[in-house]
Design a binder for this molecule. Sequence first.
Ligand SMILES: Cc1cc2nc3c(=O)[nH]c(=O)nc-3n(C[C@H](O)[C@H](O)[C@H](O)COP(=O)(O)O)c2cc1C
Length: 356
Amino acid sequence: MTDLLSSHRLGALTLPNRVVMAPMTRVRAAARGLATPSMATYYAQRATAGLIVSEGVQPSLVGQSNPGTPGLYTDEQTASWRQVTDAVHANGGRIFAQLMHGGRVSHPDTTGLQPVGPSAVAAAADVFTPKGPQPAPVPRALETAEVSEHARAYADAAARAVAAGFDGVELHGANGYLISQFLSSNANLRTDGYGGSVAGRIRFAVEAVTATVAAVGAERTAIRLSPGGTFGGVEEERVPELYAALLSELAPLGLAYLHLEATSAEDVLIGLRRAWPGTLIMNPAAPMSPKQTDRAQADHWLGLGADLISFGRAFIANPDLVERLRIGAPIAPVEEVGYYQGGDDGYLTYPAYRAA
Ligand SMILES: Cc1cc2nc3c(=O)[nH]c(=O)nc-3n(C[C@H](O)[C@H](O)[C@H](O)COP(=O)(O)O)c2cc1C
C-alpha cells in the first residue's frame, strides 16, 4: 500500500510526504483583509506538511464570508501574503491558496454589500458577522451576464496568489459556498444556462476552473468538492451523475489535484476516484464530523486509491504532525475555543512534540 510518508510528484513540485494540511479559516487577518506576521509564523510552523492549503481567501469583497478573513483582490493584500509564502518556503514547505467565494453565506454587516448567489434563497444557517452569528440573509440572484464576472474573480485572485509566491490555488467548490451553491438543487433555482440540468449546474464550476487555468496554468490550479455534502444548507440531487459530469469536464484540463471530502458513501467516492486521472487528495472527514482525521483513516483511503490525505484539526494542535506520524508520537487534542477567537493564543501556542 502507498506509504503516507512517501513522496509524491504534484506538477512541478515534489512533495516529501503525502500529508496535506487541509484549508482552515482562522479569522486572524488584519483590517482590509491583510495577511499578518502571525499568519506567516503559523504556516511556517507547519511547513513539514507535504502541502499546505491555506485558509479560505476571498477573491472579492462581496465574496467574503466571515469577518477577519484575508483577501486576494487588492495590491495591498497581495503584497501582505509575500511574508507568508516566503516563511513557508524558507522552512522548506509548499503552499496553495484556497480561493473561497462565500456567495450567499455572507452578510452586509461584514462586507457592506448584499450577498450574491445563484438564486434569491437564503441559506438555512447562521453566518458569522461582526455582531456575532446571525441568520443568513436572502442573497441577490446574479443576472446571467454577471455570472462570468464571479467566475473570473477566482482567476484574478489566482494571478495575485502566484504573484504573491503561492505555489498554486485550490478553488473552494465545497461546503455550501458559491461554487457549491451552483451545484446545489435547493440553492440554485435558475432557469438559464447555469441551473436546471446537470450540465447547467456544473457550468459555473467549469467556467471558474477554466478561467483560473488560463490565468495561472493547470499545474497551479486545483478544486475542492464535497459531493452530497449538506454544510451551509445545500442539497444536491443525482450526486453520482452530477459529479461524474463535473469531473469529466475537469479531467482533460490536467489540474494539479482534486480534493474530495468524505461527504458521500464510500462507493460513490471510489467511483469518483476511478473517474479522476490525476492526483486525488482525500479528506476522510466531513465538516463538523465528531471524529477528526487520523492515521487509520489516512491509511484506509490510501488503500482505496487516494494519493494524498488532508488533515485539518490535527494540524491546528500539532504543527509537527508529519514528524509525529513518522515516529508514532501521540497526536495532541485540539481546543475548539481557539478556532476563531483571534490572537496568537490557540494559534501559535501549540508546541512541537519534543518541546511538549
Ligand atoms: C477551524 C476550521 C476551519 C475550517 N475552514 C475551512 C475552510 O476555510 N475551507 C475549507 O474548505 N474547509 C474548512 N474546514 C474544513 C477542514 O478543511 C476539514 O475538511 C475538516 O476539519 C475535517 O477534517 P479533519 O477531521 O481532518 O479536521 C475548516 C475546519 C475547521 C476545524
